[in-house]
Design a binder for this molecule. Structure first.
Ligand code: ADP
Ligand code: 5GP
Length: 226
């Protein structure tokens, strides 16, 4: 049995509060093969956040050293904090044929697209309105009022980059937005270049199964007459 299409890098971006964490968690729950790229950040952990789960929390000195050692596939300054994606994690996922999900901003999406043009799929989540974005940020209750003010100030700037993305989803009704996100993931998995191995396996007489978007290739029961 094998599953070795080249991994897909699914980037989801939005202004803070539009719902990307909620949507990404649902996608990971439905498709366990989709790994999550845990970023490095100099931001302080929020209550309930765990080192190594949401982020690797590091100080500025460590972050700067990692930049100098070229350990990031991309990095950016977002809301006064540094954020970066582990280069070895991305390389290993691609080599192993594992799909990776990224919750990163437009600067990161742009850098990953430039580095891995054939592997990156960029999805932008839009709030239904700026007023609803503010309501969600306040209701989430995870940020101090001045942090929320700053996030709202930069939201317009972030939203203005939607045109750099392959797909745009308005997250009004959560279930509907999720249906679109999962449809994008499944469609991208089924691009011809990611299905060549399956097609060639069928042609060579092997049996191919697909379970939850994941291919299982093996056995010889698929051959005509066997
Ligand atoms: P982000 O990761 O983009 O900052 P979150 O996923 O944390 O956003 O969502 C921000 C808040 O909005 C959370 O409290 C979440 O439960 C809520 N939320 C997400 N999607 C919707 C939706 N479609 N309708 C109403 N509330 C939502
Ligand atoms: P938060 O502090 O709310 O978790 O994230 C703030 C912003 O930083 C979000 O837009 C998030 O997508 C972005 N972000 C998180 N990790 C990374 C990363 O590794 N690289 C980049 N470029 N942005 C990131």
């Amino acid at each position: 049995m094998s599953n070795n299409h080249r991994g897909l890098l699914l980037v989801v971006s939005s202004p803070s509060g539009a719902g990307k964490t909620t949507l990404c968690q649902r996608l990971r729950a439905e498709f366990p093969q989709l790994g999550f790229s845990v970023s490095y950040t100099t931001r302080a952990p929020r209550p309930g956040e765990t080192h190594g789960v949401e982020y690797f929390f590091v100080d500025r000195e460590t972050f700067t050293e990692m930049v100098a050692r070229d350990e990031f596939a991309e990095y950016a300054l977002v809301h006064t904090n540094n954020y970066g994606t582990s280069a070895p994690l991305v390389r290993e996922a691609l080599a192993a044929g594992n799909d990776l999900l990224f919750d990163i901003d437009f600067q990161g999406g742009r850098q990953l697209r430039a580095k891995f043009p054939h592997d990156v799929v960029l999805v932008f989540i839009l709030p239904p309105s700026l007023g609803e974005l503010e309501r969600r940020l306040r209701a989430r209750n995870t940020d101090a009022p001045e942090v929320i003010e700053r996030r709202l100030r930069v939201a317009r700037e972030e939203l203005s980059h939607y045109g750099e993305y392959d797909y745009v989803i308005v997250n009004d009704d959560l279930d509907r937005a999720y249906d679109v996100l999962r449809a994008i993931y499944l469609s991208e998995l089924h691009r011809t270049r990611r299905q060549r191995e399956a097609a060639e396996a069928v042609l060579s007489g092997q049996q191919v199964l697909e379970i939850g978007g994941r291919l299982r290739i093996g056995g010889g029961r698929g051959k005509e007459g066997e």
